[in-house]
Design a binder for this molecule. Structure first.
Ligand SMILES: *[C@@H]1O[C@H](CO)[C@@H](O)[C@H](O)[C@H]1NC(C)=O
Length: 164
């Protein structure tokens, strides 16, 4: 009886911690938002320059009805060429995870003329553990918490497993 109550409590704590860790890591950015969107009118270069993308974040191409091509190189991105795509995101598939730091990801619209009109996006993904100088104190605290939380979560999971 007492055991099952403890177990239930631990499960609640573990779930709550997972939720906290989940929101602390990985922001979701809707392309072009809030003023614009994934279209030819929005200056997506300017939009991207306002954000420091970090590993674990994700891009959301909201409601795009056209295929988004991830170009294989900067040269292809510059030339609006999708001839060697890394990935092709069809309409309806709108979430693109950015799991790896230290890379630049290149996205172009495959509709003729759209990329040339500015419907293209280059996103450089930064290391989530490397804070900008201005944000150093709070970010390093968050990084420390990020390291510890999964360990605590694992320990809780082990306790739950032992009790059950
Ligand atoms: C988009 O914004 C960038 C950075 O602010 C600027 O250099 C570029 O000229 C703009 N492009 C257009 C088409 O306005």
């Amino acid at each position: 009886m007492a055991r099952s109550i403890i177990r239930a409590l631990l499960v609640v704590v573990a779930v709550a911690m997972a939720a906290v860790v989940g929101t602390a890591r990985g922001a979701s950015y809707t392309v072009g938002a809030p003023e614009g969107s994934w279209d030819t009118r929005t200056n997506l270069t300017r939009w991207a320059s306002t954000i420091i993308f970090q590993a674990g974040d994700q891009l959301v191409f909201k409601g795009h009805s056209h295929v988004v091509i991830e170009a294989g190189s900067k040269a292809e991105y510059d030339a609006c060429s999708g001839s060697n795509p890394v990935a092709v995101f069809h309409a309806g598939v709108d979430t693109v995870p950015l799991p790896i730091a230290g890379v630049t990801r290149y996205f172009i619209c495959n509709v003729t003329g759209h990329c040339q009109a500015g419907m293209k996006l280059a996103v450089t993904v930064h290391d989530a553990a490397a804070p900008s100088p201005a944000m150093a104190p709070s970010s390093s605290a968050a990084a420390a918490a990020g390291v510890e939380s999964p360990v605590i979560g694992l320990a809780l999971a082990a306790v739950v497993a032992l009790l059950s």
